[in-house]
Ligand binder design. Structure first.
Ligand code: FPP
Length: 243
């Protein structure tokens, strides 16, 4: 029987190259990519994957041309508005991970709406990383701990609580302070599009992930290939440093 990974995370790469091969604007690749995302979300739900996390826009993606960024954000608003009924019907809880600040107002609105309307859903936890950086997330967690627990402001030399002893913090305590605190560790990390790198994605939670890379460009990635990858995941011997 297929032992389905609890948490699958995907770097959806190759939209631009898919479009370029067809002499189309890059945005057409992203549009086709959004259709792939829809089918993989549905398939994950039906296979019993509990957590699916998709990388949609990194902090590094701000370097892209304005036209592409604007098009991507509009596409996210459109997809999320259109797919809200599907999220509700399929029992999918939606979360956005990343910094909402700097995103267009319309996008922040629909994200907040989807997050609040799907809050009670329990079948599949879908997280979409937008304006996300794995390094920033870790640094922010450190600042949050210093600020919330010890009232230390950046640059301050002492706490408003006076003297204190900094306690020993373990990785569970640390994780509680991350934006992705609800997300469990990633079991299977997949990147499409042929590149073999992590690109600042979920650095904390991929410590013991099984990594999968495929040459397939994201717009062409199919449910069948997804199932093949889940089957290969089953064959991996996960020893977590043990023998
Ligand atoms: C990477 O391909 C893809 C992105 C930066 C955007 C991903 C966004 C979507 C699939 C659409 C929205 C998704 C949701 C879930 C609403 P690339 O542009 O870097 O491709 P390239 O490497 O071929 O240039």
């Amino acid at each position: 029987m297929l032992n389905v990974p609890n948490h699958v995370a995907i770097i959806m790469d190759g939209n631009g190259r898919w479009a370029k091969k067809r002499n189309m604007p890059r945005l057409e690749g992203h549009k086709k990519g959004a259709i792939t995302a829809r089918s993989i979300i549905k398939k994950s739900g039906s296979l019993g994957v509990r957590w699916l996390t998709l990388y949609a826009f990194s902090t590094e993606n701000w370097a892209r041309p304005d036209k592409e960024k604007k098009g991507l954000f509009s596409l996210m608003v459109k997809s999320l508005s259109e797919e809200l009924p599907l999220l509700l019907k399929e029992g999918i809880r939606f979360r956005m991970i990343g910094d909402k600040k700097d995103l267009p107002e319309g996008l922040i609105k629909i994200i907040s709406k989807a997050e609040s309307l799907t809050k009670g859903n329990r079948d599949l936890n879908l997280s979409v990383c937008v304006n996300y950086s794995g390094k920033n997330e870790i640094v922010k967690a450190v600042n949050k701990m210093l600020n919330d627990q010890y009232h230390l402001e950046p640059g301050s030399k002492s706490s408003s609580q006076g003297e204190f002893t900094f306690p020993k913090i373990d990785d569970l305590d640390f994780k509680k302070n991350m934006h992705s605190s609800d997300l469990p560790e990633v079991d299977l990390l997949l990147r499409t599009g042929g590149e073999k790198r992590i690109s600042n994605f979920l650095l904390w939670d991929i410590a013991y992930s099984e990594l999968f890379f495929t040459e397939t460009l994201w717009p062409e990635f199919s449910e069948d290939e997804f199932c093949d990858i889940l089957s290969s995941f089953n064959l991996r011997d996960r020893r977590y440093g043990n023998v």
